[in-house]
Design a protein around this ligand. Structure first.
Ligand code: FES
Length: 114
């Protein structure tokens, strides 16, 4: 398993960018649930954050892409508004053990399509 981030480093209502061996991901904690996605917008494949570790909109209710402003549901990654409407961010399966969010090495393969 590969360690991504400790749960202590991901406060409620915040997001964090994560880089592991040139793989770019981000994690969110919202309503006591954790979510991990590839940092790849399904529109044209750019990173989503508008500033370091800032992946959410002003209200912290949706994920927002900085490039063209697409908005995504936090739970599902589904694009609700913007040029990639109907597409989804790619989730990564993870586990939490001893306060550490981890992923399987075999799951760290970037999606071939976005
Ligand atoms: S690249 Fe994300 S909305 Fe265009």
């Amino acid at each position: 398993m590969i360690n991504l981030i400790t749960t202590k480093d991901l406060k409620e209502g915040t997001s964090r960018g994560i880089e592991i061996d040139n793989n770019f991901l981000f994690a969110i904690k919202k309503d006591d649930l954790y979510h991990v996605y590839w940092n790849i917008c399904p529109h044209i494949g750019t990173p989503l954050e508008w500033q370091e570790d800032q992946f959410l909109d002003d209200d912290g209710e949706l994920i927002r892409c900085a490039t063209h402003g697409a908005l995504f549901e936090i739970n599902s990654g589904k694009c609700l508004a913007g040029p990639c409407i109907g597409k989804k961010l790619h989730k990564i399966p993870f586990e939490i053990s001893n306060d550490m969010i981890t992923v399987k090495e075999s799951d760290l393969k970037p999606p071939s399509r976005f």
